[in-house]
Design a protein around this ligand. Structure first.
Ligand code: PMP
Ligand code: GLN
Length: 400
């Protein structure tokens, strides 16, 4: 076998999804909604598949034309830059493939890629498979008084980040809203990262799959919209998270054409393009959202409003069994220190499955060097039907 597969064979999603199925567990583990996508997008998909022969055949390699046009129209308004649908966008098989194309196209053997910890686990193996070296910089709980109970209290130190740059630094990877803690970066924090990227002539790969999901008035800001950043940022998005349809696997990367050009090379020589009908439906979804943007009819308002309630429901449930969740400002997940009800990491994982509740250990989102320190946290997904959250609550009550 090829040595690039060494050391990247373990995958937390493969293992825990199997365990959850084996134990028929209430699944607050893997991040996907257990409810249906909105009607309008389901209808758009049905319409696409019954829309004649072309919807069942290949489309343009770098993105179905109606989809890249709607993405360009939608996001130009938000980024404050006229996005060229044909040059500046690559439609991919989920955000995963957008990330993969970015690392493959931009990272050379020996290049360093700075990753903010905790991070969505695939960044590290993808950097490694591209021949790069992952360099980690942590979000740290603010040293301030007492318990840190909001994801906003986890911050990146400018000095520490600055100290990680070397002449080999190719890119910095950020994720806002963050998986797993739910941090939503403030403009000042993004500006600090942007200043360092510009100073060191580095790229920024910004994973924004949860961009519409913010709570308590937290506001998602695109780093690509800051001065001097459009031409060095690759913004990654996902229709799975945007329209609650993770199984469709439609994602995208948006960046300057001179960067996307190289990502297209990887894409055309690997998957070529992703499912036509799914792309057509996502295009219709963005057309609709463009029309209703900012109004109460917008799914990008309705979904966070619904998830806000679910987040609060799960938080009260955890608190009622004596756990202290860190309140996420955004995203699908909430983490909690469970050392008060479980002494060891192994005990925690075992107990959770034996009792029928699937969760994910937060150590999976850390490099091997730092994962031990976070053994006592687990991640819960709250993008679930209230009945699923109730079933989880019943289990936690027996457990605690
Ligand atoms: N980035 C983050 C932060 C994620 O949580 C996920 C998982 N949904 C992805 C990327 C991959 O997204 P997709 O399902 O669109 O490939
Ligand atoms: N992004 C999802 C999560 O964090 C799942 C990804 C996957 O299943 N591969 O739970």
């Amino acid at each position: 076998h090829a040595s690039r597969t060494d050391g990247v064979d373990k995958n937390v999603w493969v293992e825990f999804t199997q365990l959850a199925a084996d134990y028929k567990a209430v699944n607050l583990g893997q991040g996907f909604p257990d409810f249906s996508p909105p009607k309008f997008i389901q209808e758009a998909f049905c319409k696409a598949v019954s829309g004649g022969p072309i919807m069942h055949q290949y489309t343009r390699a770098f993105g179905h034309p109606p989809l890249v046009r709607s993405l360009a129209k939608f996001f130009s308004r938000i980024v404050g830059h006229e996005i060229d649908p044909l040059e500046d966008i690559l439609v991919t098989v989920g955000a995963y493939q957008a990330l993969f194309c970015a690392f493959q196209a931009l990272v050379n053997e020996g290049d360093e890629v700075i990753i903010v910890e905790p991070f969505f686990d695939c960044y590290q193996p993808m950097v490694k498979m591209a021949g790069g070296k992952a360099v980690y910089v942590p979000l740290r709980p603010k040293a301030a008084s007492g318990a840190v109970l909001s994801s906003g209290d986890w911050v990146l130190s400018a000095e520490e980040l600055a100290s990680k740059f070397t002449p080999r630094t190719k890119a910095v990877v950020i994720n806002t809203p963050n998986n797993p803690i739910g941090k939503v970066y403030k403009t000042e924090e993004l500006q600090m990262i942007a200043d360092l990227c510009i100073k060191h002539d580095a790229l920024c790969i910004s994973d924004e799959v949860y961009e519409w999901l913010t709570y308590d008035g937290a506001k998602h800001v695109k780093i690509a919209s800051l001065p001097g950043m459009w031409e060095r940022t690759i913004t990654v998005g996902s229709a799975g998270k945007t329209f609650s349809a993770t199984g469709w696997k439609v994602g995208w990367a948006i960046s300057s054409g001179h960067i996307v050009k190289h990502m297209k090379t990887i894409h055309q020589n690997t998957v070529y393009h992703c499912a036509t009908a799914a792309q057509e439906a996502v295009a219709q979804g963005f057309e609709r959202e463009y029309e209703v943007f900012g109004s109460p009819e917008s799914y990008f308002q309705q979904l966070p409003a619904m998830l806000h309630l679910k987040r609060n429901k799960l938080a009260s449930c955890l608190e009622s069994v004596g756990l202290q969740p860190i309140m996420p400002q955004g995203g699908y997940f909430m983490i909690a220190d469970i050392s008060s009800i479980c002494l060891t990491f192994i005990c925690m994982i075992l107990l959770s499955f034996l009792q029928g509740l699937a969760t994910i250990p937060v150590s999976a989102f850390y490099s091997p060097e730092h994962s031990k320190e976070f053994d006592k946290y687990i991640r819960f997904c709250f993008v679930k039907e209230d009945s699923t959250l109730d079933a989880a609550e019943d289990i936690l009550r027996k457990w605690s």
